[in-house]
Ligand binder design. Structure first.
Ligand code: SF4
Length: 291
């Protein structure tokens, strides 16, 4: 595996006959010359993999920590939340598709400036930096540099992620991460196949993260009427909650409501009675279920 020092040269790739193979996430894209991987954030530039979204900020806001959502980590606190562009999954129900699938306007903001801004916001209740809005792991190098600097300045770091990342980059970053909200979008390979992924790497991320930092989980409940992937069933939520309880029954689970978006913009929002029933199912196993 190549390991380069330049911050905008990507880590976690190797050279193959067909192109550069990115090893950052389980997709393992083989990227031909002058093309990007599925996430749109990592480019083969003349035989060198570039972390193209490094510091390319599309969204920046001081958010309540509960909005991440994190309900059991510095409750009442605020956090400087930043996002870029791109994603390594293809959820037809994406609630943030304009930045995860599109090419939003961006501004280059280096880690030093992000952290300085985070410090300046401490009087307004800021506790640190949250990497969120689009999938942050695809900008691993930027997240690593920023999180390391933020820790040195006494700030906390939060990641909001789909959990679809390879073990090596995850483990290297975790010492600088204080809390994660990880999506567990469904609980079968059949479900994840509709998003372009598989379940096992997400489960591995949750299990590893729970050993190192505060973890909360989110499952977006997709209505029964959806013509795409569906998960609004006790037969999905019950084994999911049982598995989480096997890690730690104190891990909070957020069951959130689907609203019509992107390729599922004609599907109605999930019935709240369905979400409440699934919440009661999850509460048989977990101490903190939020819905
Ligand atoms: S991080 Fe992006 S380029 Fe790398 S394997 Fe995943 S989707 Fe492909």
């Amino acid at each position: 595996m190549n390991v380069r020092q330049c911050p905008r040269t990507a880590r976690f790739y190797e050279t193959t006959e067909r192109g550069l193979q990115c090893l950052l996430c389980p997709r393992g894209c083989v990227i031909p010359f002058d093309r990007t991987g599925v996430c749109g954030a990592r480019r083969n530039a003349a035989g060198r993999l570039i972390a193209e979204s490094y510091g390319q900020i599309s969204s920046l806001a001081l958010d309540p920590i509960e909005k991440k959502p994190l309900r059991h980590f510095y409750p009442g606190g605020m956090i400087l939340s930043i996002g870029s562009y791109g994603c390594n999954l293809r959820c037809p129900f994406c609630q943030n598709y304009s930045i995860s699938m599109g090419q939003p306007p961006v501004e280059f903001i280096p880690p030093e400036k992000i952290v300085r801004q985070a410090e300046e916001l401490i009087p307004q209740g800021n506790i640190g930096v949250a990497f969120t809005y689009n999938e942050p792991f695809i900008a691993w190098e930027f997240m690593y540099d920023t999180a390391k600097l933020a820790h040195e300045r006494g700030l906390v770091n939060v990641i909001v992620t789909n959990g679809y990342v390879s073990p090596e980059p995850l483990m290297e970053l975790l010492p600088f991460i204080d809390a994660m909200n990880i999506d567990v979008k469904g609980f079968s390979d059949e479900f994840y196949a509709e998003l372009g992924g598989t379940l096992a790497p997400v489960m591995a991320t949750v299990e590893a993260a729970a050993r190192h930092c505060h973890v909360e989980l989110t499952t977006l409940i997709l209505p029964d009427s959806a013509s795409g992937p569906r998960n609004a069933y006790a037969s999905v939520i019950e084994p999911l909650a049982r598995w989480v309880a096997g890690i730690d029954e104190e891990i909070p689970l957020h069951l959130t409501r689907f609203y019509p978006r992107w390729q599922m913009s004609s599907t109605p929002p999930t019935d709240m009675d369905v979400i409440r029933a699934l919440g009661r199912t999850a509460e048989k196993y977990l101490r903190h279920v939020h819905y």
